[in-house]
Design a protein around this ligand. Structure first.
Ligand SMILES: [Cu+2]
Length: 130
């Protein structure tokens, strides 16, 4: 009788441990894997962000060594995030109030690519890592 109790208790602990590991594993995997706003289509990497009162997602994760396009979506964007800049690449672009703007970034080097609105008050970044 006592043996059965401890057996069941043991199984319960193992099961809870399994659930716990699953729970802690997946968020970690998400931050390491390519973000859901980043896709690779026909050998081209597309990083999608939305511009309106800032940039969403503010942090994207992309892979190096792939020709990359930053696809910026606007919808009723009349604030200053309608001017997007990536200083290290000499990029400054006016976005339409609504629409999709593609900005060629070329093949990215590992590291962090910083961008911001025209005034520098709304930052965003692309973490470039394998
Ligand atoms: Cu601004």
């Amino acid at each position: 009788m006592k043996t059965a109790f401890f057996l069941i208790l043991g199984i319960a602990i193992l099961f809870l441990g399994y659930l716990f590991l699953q729970g802690t594993d997946s968020p970690e995997e998400n931050t390491l894997s390519t973000g859901s706003n980043v896709s690779i289509v026909d050998g081209k990497q597309v990083v999608e962000i939305r511009a309106k009162g800032g940039y969403v997602p503010r942090i994207s994760t992309a892979k190096p060594g792939i020709p990359t396009v930053l696809q910026v979506n606007t919808q009723g964007t009349f604030d200053c995030s309608s001017v997007i800049t990536i200083p290290s690449k000499g990029i400054s672009k006016n976005l339409p109030p609504s629409g999709v703007t593609e900005i060629e970034l070329g093949s990215l080097e590992p590291g962090v690519l910083q961008g911001a609105c025209g005034m520098g008050m709304y930052p965003f970044q692309i973490n470039v890592q394998d």
